[in-house]
Design a protein around this ligand. Structure first.
Ligand code: BMA
Length: 343
């Protein structure tokens, strides 16, 4: 099939988890769920009650994941998952053994909503950590044997950070959402630069919470942005408030390649919203929370990993061609999303 939208940066991934869109699918947006969801269910290993909001990458012939494991004492920590196909996962029973810069063991007080992003020859793990309140934690690994903790990029409070998969203009770029320490009732996405993954600055606003009701409370980066010929494709989460609490849906936007603080297109519609039993029912009902994608540059296929109802991990699919067309056709960028420079 001819692709007018091409995925850049990512290589071939012929064994990407995949199913075609079901015939007769009546959803507005071209994102469809894996028919065998969820891919990680409850109590996957002793001591872990639920795994959700987790991130996977291709590694060797298969896949590795950094998983949010809610332990049986209710505290979240990070676990490593291994899979031959991105669908069936084996989870290490011990938490990821981080060390500090001196090689001494380091254990975060808690760790949740991990992202796992490869930049050059290093895999970076980002999560929400305890730093006198909720803040972003970071670690790096090259071999998934040694995991070295890095400096926390920001002061508290911030609970959601997503790294770009390559440097732009020689600088690392990190999306984040400054917040309060609890279940933040506000939040916009910002981007910050670093020459060295230690010092972060030149902060820029990217997107405000939306005009559309499904994302009117707060938004936060989801998967690492995917470089395409049409801009950085960002899957993010948007939150609405109802009489029964928050609802988390998945949205999409395209950011300018060389200056990703500029939003080119932003879809006014959600791409995926809770509707399956595993999304509507669980520890926290009505949550679809994207944390990673896999993509195959040859076919344009994209697999999205998302946490469902703070209880399990699920997969959904789209293609670069279809999702970019949908985002563009339904774009409604807020004026503050395109403002260049500092305020
Ligand atoms: C957010 C985070 C996520 C969680 C979501 C919905 O604030 O805690 O981990 O999925 O709430 O409960």
């Amino acid at each position: 099939m001819d692709q007018t939208v091409r995925i850049l940066g990512a290589g071939s991934l012929p064994n990407i988890p995949w199913e075609d869109r079901p015939v007769g699918d009546s959803h507005d947006a071209p994102v469809w769920r894996f028919s065998r969801n969820p891919v990680i269910g409850r109590n996957p290993v002793p001591g872990v009650a639920r795994v959700f909001n987790s991130a996977a990458v291709p590694y060797g012939d298969g896949y590795l994941a950094v998983l949010r494991g809610e332990q049986v004492d209710g505290v979240p920590h990070l676990y490593l998952g291994r899979s031959p196909d991105g669908i069936h996962w084996r989870i290490d029973p011990e938490r990821i053994p981080f060390t500090d810069g001196q090689g001494r063991p380091f254990a975060p007080g808690y760790a949740y909503d991990p992202r796992l992003v490869r930049v050059e020859d290093t895999y970076y793990i980002l999560w929400c950590t305890d730093f006198y309140g909720a803040a972003i934690g970071m670690a790096a690994t090259k071999d998934f044997q040694t995991f070295t903790r890095l400096e926390n990029p920001f002061i508290p409070f911030n609970r959601n950070a997503v790294l770009f998969p390559r440097r732009i203009g020689g600088l690392y770029k990190l999306l984040s959402r400054p917040s309060d320490s609890g279940h933040t009732p506000f939040g916009d996405i910002f981007v910050s630069d670093s020459p060295d993954m230690v010092f972060w600055g030149r902060h820029r606003h990217v997107m405000s919470r939306g005009v559309a009701w499904w994302e009117s409370v707060k938004i936060g980066g989801g998967a690492a942005p995917i470089e395409t010929t049409e801009g950085w494709l960002l899957f993010y989460h948007g939150v609405s408030s109802t009489c029964n609490g928050f609802v988390y849906s998945i949205g999409g936007a395209l950011l300018e390649i060389d200056e990703p603080s500029r939003v080119l297109y932003r879809c006014r519609n959600f791409l995926l919203t809770p509707e399956e039993p595993y999304e509507e029912r669980g520890f926290v009902p009505n949550v679809c929370f994207p944390c990673a994608t896999l993509e195959d540059a040859d076919t344009g296929r994209i697999a999205i990993y998302y946490g469902a109802a703070d209880t399990c991990v699920a997969l959904a699919f789209t293609t670069a061609e279809q999702i970019v067309a949908y985002i563009k056709a339904h774009s409604e960028v807020c004026p503050s999303d395109t403002e260049p420079g500092l305020r």
